[in-house]
Design a protein around this ligand. Structure first.
Ligand SMILES: [Zn+2]
Length: 173
């Protein structure tokens, strides 16, 4: 069982969690009794973190499948209690999934840059693809200035570098 202290020792993981749940969310993770399940109100009381923050953090974690709950119904009052527990064992998988999504997004962006030829209106600063520019007879539809070819190699190179870096970090370069 991986502990939150071990996870936070990795700066990349700490940054990821900080981005997801903020400082107070991390406090909650650190004070969440290991391996136990508690209601949001119990957690707020035992950690001295506001109930709102506790709930917000739990819902955020839940969306990422990093927290789960069990619903208990009081047979007398009919009231429902949600008992929460953490699933930080899934964190590495979740992070890897996010990285793969980002990679896919960048890859699509790069393919778009590589597949298209671009034209720019230097007055308006607007960029058109070849087919759009051709439709306007290479005149800017806003100001009628002639469009000029736009070299997107810098953009493509920057994207390529980012894709390579991410692939390296995934160990699948
Ligand atoms: Zn223009």
């Amino acid at each position: 069982m991986v502990t939150i202290t071990e996870l936070l020792a990795d700066p990349a993981i700490k940054a990821y969690l900080l981005h997801m749940v903020g400082e107070e969310g991390i406090e909650l993770l650190m004070r969440f009794p290991e391996g136990e399940e508690h209601s949001d109100e119990e957690l707020a009381e035992m950690t001295e973190i506001s109930l709102n923050t506790v709930r917000h953090t739990l819902y955020t974690l839940y969306e990422k499948r990093l927290a789960e709950y069990r619903r208990l119904k009081n047979s007398e009052t009919g009231w429902l209690t949600y008992l929460w527990h953490l699933r930080l064992d899934r964190l590495h998988g979740v992070i890897e999934g996010d990285i793969r999504d980002a990679l896919e997004h960048l890859g699509a962006r790069l393919a778009y840059e590589e597949r298209n030829d671009f034209y720019i209106c230097k007055d308006c600063g607007v960029i058109y693809t070849f087919s759009d520019a051709a439709e306007w007879n290479f005149e800017c539809p806003n100001c009628e200035e002639m469009l000029e070819h736009f070299d997107n190699e810098l953009i493509a190179t920057a994207l390529r570098r980012r894709v390579e870096k991410i692939r390296e970090s995934l160990g699948s370069a």
